[in-house]
Design a protein. Structure first.
Lengths: 128, 146
């Protein structure tokens, strides 16, 4: 069965696409406690596949709560546990400032845009 | 939403259902009010983050599995040099004084993926206190100075 063109949840739209061997999820809207379970379940399906390379594109993200921040780390860990890699990219400035504040930028190392993130994740031996 | 105005202070109040779907509405109101109060976008977004985290904590920890969850009341007081937010809930209180700021990035490497909300609240606001209101509701008071 083909993957849906987009997932629409409360105040959040997720558009999946593939770039080479990288599963990209483009976010549009806010990520908070109101839609976190649906968001995490959607992305986690890819993160749980052995060796998966997963990228969350945050260009359209308008708000990220601390529950969403924790979710990013759980997705990162899931990919790492399964021998894959997880990254985020195109993080808007004020959201990036929050990630800096809680030290997660040092862990996730967000890329400035999708193409450079895909290049990093596609590099031989790329793991979280 | 109620509004009260005098020469020195503008006061607003908002009561929303105890439901995570209310968070977006609360953020929207906070964002608008803080911009109207004259805060620049970055400072307004910090107030928005703090209020969002406070309401999220009430829903997740204060109200927990209670069904239906009681409402959350948010009161705003705009003064010449400050923006004060009081958030009232009827949930289990928490030990505000015992909260210790996490150390990052160790917090993540130790396997924690929660416990960041109150840290963000304190980082985003200039004053934060927690007490019981006269009618025994919990009250988180946060102030952002201009």
């Amino acid at each position: 069965m083909p993957a849906p063109q987009e997932y629409v949840f409360e105040h959040l739209c997720i558009r999946p696409l593939s770039e080479g061997d990288v599963d990209v999820f483009m976010l549009e809207g806010c990520l908070d406690a109101g839609n976190l379970p649906e968001f995490e379940a959607t992305i986690m399906k890819s993160c749980n596949l052995p060796g998966a390379h997963v990228l969350v594109d945050c260009e359209g993200l308008t708000h990220l709560s601390s529950s969403g921040i924790g979710s990013f780390y759980r997705l990162f860990n899931a990919c790492r546990s399964n021998g894959g890699a997880f990254s985020i990219c195109a993080v808007p400035g004020r959201i990036g400032a929050v990630l800096d504040l809680v030290g997660l930028s040092r862990v996730l190392k967000p890329a400035s845009n999708r193409s450079s993130a895909v290049a990093q994740l596609s590099a031989p031996g790329a793991t979280s | 939403m109620t509004t009260q105005t005098d020469q020195a202070t503008r006061a607003y109040a908002l009561e929303v259902p105890g439901d995570a779907r209310s968070l977006s509405l609360v953020r929207s109101v906070v964002g608008h009010l803080s911009v109207l109060a004259g805060f620049e976008e970055l400072q307004a977004s910090k107030i928005e983050i703090a209020v969002d985290e406070a309401c999220s904590n009430i829903l997740e920890h204060g109200y927990g599995d209670v069904t239906p969850k009681p409402p959350i009341r948010v009161e705003f007081e705009v003064q010449a040099n400050s923006f004060c937010v009081r958030i009232y809930d009827q949930g289990d209180p928490f030990d505000f004084a015992a909260h210790a700021a996490p150390t990052f990035p160790d917090h993540w490497h130790d396997g924690n993926t929660r416990g960041v909300g109150l840290f963000l609240i304190k980082e985003c606001m200039d004053e934060v206190s927690y007490d019981k209101s006269p009618d025994q509701r919990n009250c988180l008071r946060m102030v952002k100075m201009r």
